[in-house]
Design a protein around this ligand. Structure first.
Ligand code: GDP
Length: 450
């Protein structure tokens, strides 16, 4: 089925009051540093991290522990940047595995004395594959021209040289043009040195600017959703998982689902091991309480109670092909004509309120009934609020289409996840338009109907 994207027009104006509805609070950018081996990623990261007064909650004396993310707090401005501290290829993997981009911004490190190498090109191509042709891919890039302290290096000259090289690979820099290309908006190119610290402030300012342009926001009140960055067993604690919160909040005591395990957040810590009561969007947190080891890249989500969590897993198992007892092994019979010729179309309905949920569900059911064909629209799950990761997982497993009404703003992570999982989301704040979309979806099933 054709993937449908949630368009910008979903951030609708309220016709009665003519005000923009639903703007969630800004959240810090999540940044990953990538580049050719030896171009200075580790040194740059250490320099950012070592500046201990800038690091939220870090005890003096340096950090010996390997942590997979940290948050830099810019002096007194209450502006934070989250850095994912994963080696380049692990970061690729985590991004691909989770089907969403763990990061918002890639800092591409290019050594001034070496220029663009084969590995740099690999990263550029990875970036281009994500952003190509998309007006809102949810990821952007900033280039750090590094090692500008080296003898014989002129920072401005190196910057221009690398800007020219980038252009050869289709990446337009701000210094070149204000017009973007099919590979996104022009990128900032910032000279830096991890050794002397030159340009690090510019880099951080640049990242904050980038995050403003991207208008990164998230609901900080909703049930939390995030991604596991790293997990391990620790003596006396059990499973310790470093996670990034992408949406909502995670609190001590919360029930979380990850994969097919239901766990409780027994302890929540920041990355320097300080106890937390709750974590907020873009914050890296340590979660203690997982029953078994989750994998890097696994999504996690908070659910209201253990009963609900078990119910959700039960539902999942019921439609999981591996647990199906059908002789052909197919778990979902979506869109397959049954013996009596009817075709079942599974849907997931989300709406902004109870009343609208009922109205949308009933209208969708009517479409099925009005159809000249023997189509049964089957709402397998419904709920109030934005489309969540669990909705997408559910939709994927049951081959359902998601219908969202009155959505304020769907997080880019969710849109990306849906895209990578091949899940269609029809989102509209006007019910007639949503029903039109539903008729289109139905149309896609018609060739299957005998
Ligand atoms: P990575 O492989 O990209 O993580 O690179 P490293 O951070 O390990 O750095 C590789 C080498 O380059 C080390 O010998 C560093 O000391 C050196 N290096 C890294 N950053 C700089 C820099 O800004 N200036 C200079 N002069 N040397 C650097």
């Amino acid at each position: 089925m054709q993937q449908r994207r949630i368009s910008d027009t979903d951030i609708d104006t309220d016709e009665d009051t003519n005000t923009i509805v639903g703007t969630y609070p800004a959240r810090p950018p999540i940044v990953t540093i990538m580049g050719h081996v030896d171009h200075g990623k580790t040194t740059l990261m250490d320099a950012l991290r070592r500046n201990t007064k800038n690091i939220a909650g870090t005890e003096a004396g340096g950090i010996t522990q390997i942590i997979s993310a940290f948050q830099v707090d810019l002096d007194g401005q209450d502006e934070k940047i989250t850095f994912l501290d994963t080696p380049g290829h692990a970061a690729f993997k985590a991004m691909r595995q989770s089907g969403s981009h763990a990061a918002d911004v890639i800092v591409l490190v290019v050594a001034a004395d070496d220029g663009i190498s084969e590995q740099t090109v690999e990263i550029i191509n990875f970036y281009k594959s994500i952003v190509k042709g998309s007006s809102d891919s949810g990821i952007s890039m900033v280039v750090a021209v590094n090692k500008i302290d080296k003898p014989g290096i002129d920072a401005e000259e190196a910057k221009m040289r690398i800007e020219n090289q980038l252009l050869e690979y289709g990446i337009i820099s701000e210094g070149m043009s204000s017009e973007g290309s099919e590979f996104g908006q022009p990128v900032q190119v910032i000279p830096t040195s991890g050794i002397t610290g030159a340009g690090l402030d510019d880099l951080m300012e640049g990242l904050l600017l980038q995050s403003e342009v991207m208008d990164l926001r998230a609901d900080d009140q909703a049930n939390g959703e995030g991604i596991v960055m790293d997990a391990r067993q620790e003596k006396g604690l059990g499973v310790v998982a470093d996670c990034i919160i992408r949406w909502g909040k995670i609190e001590k005591g919360d029930v979380i689902i990850s994969g097919d395990q239901v766990s409780q957040v027994r302890m929540l810590k920041d990355v320097s091991n300080k106890m937390l009561e709750k974590g907020l969007p873009s914050q890296p947190v340590r979660i203690i309480g997982f029953k078994s080891l989750p994998k890097a890249g696994d999504p996690i989500m908070v659910v209201a109670s253990e009963e609900i969590a078990e119910e959700m897993l039960e539902q999942r198992r019921a439609i999981d092909p591996s647990t199906s007892d059908r002789p052909d092994g197919a778990g979902s019979d979506a869109a397959l004509p049954k013996a009596d010729g009817t075709v079942r179309i599974p849907i997931i309905v989300k709406a902004d309120a109870d009343g609208s949920l009922t109205a949308v569900r009933e209208s969708l059911l009517n479409i099925g009934e009005d159809s000249k064909h023997t189509v049964v629209i089957d709402p397998i799950m419904e709920g109030i609020g934005e489309v969540t990761m669990s909705d997408i997982q559910m939709a994927k497993q049951s081959e359902a289409t998601i219908f969202a009404f009155g959505s304020k703003r769907t997080d880019q992570t969710i849109i990306n996840l849906a895209e990578s999982e091949g899940v269609s989301i029809c989102s509209n704040n006007i019910i007639y338009s949503l029903l039109d979309e539903a008729r289109d979806v139905l149309g896609a099933y018609l060739p299957l109907i005998p």
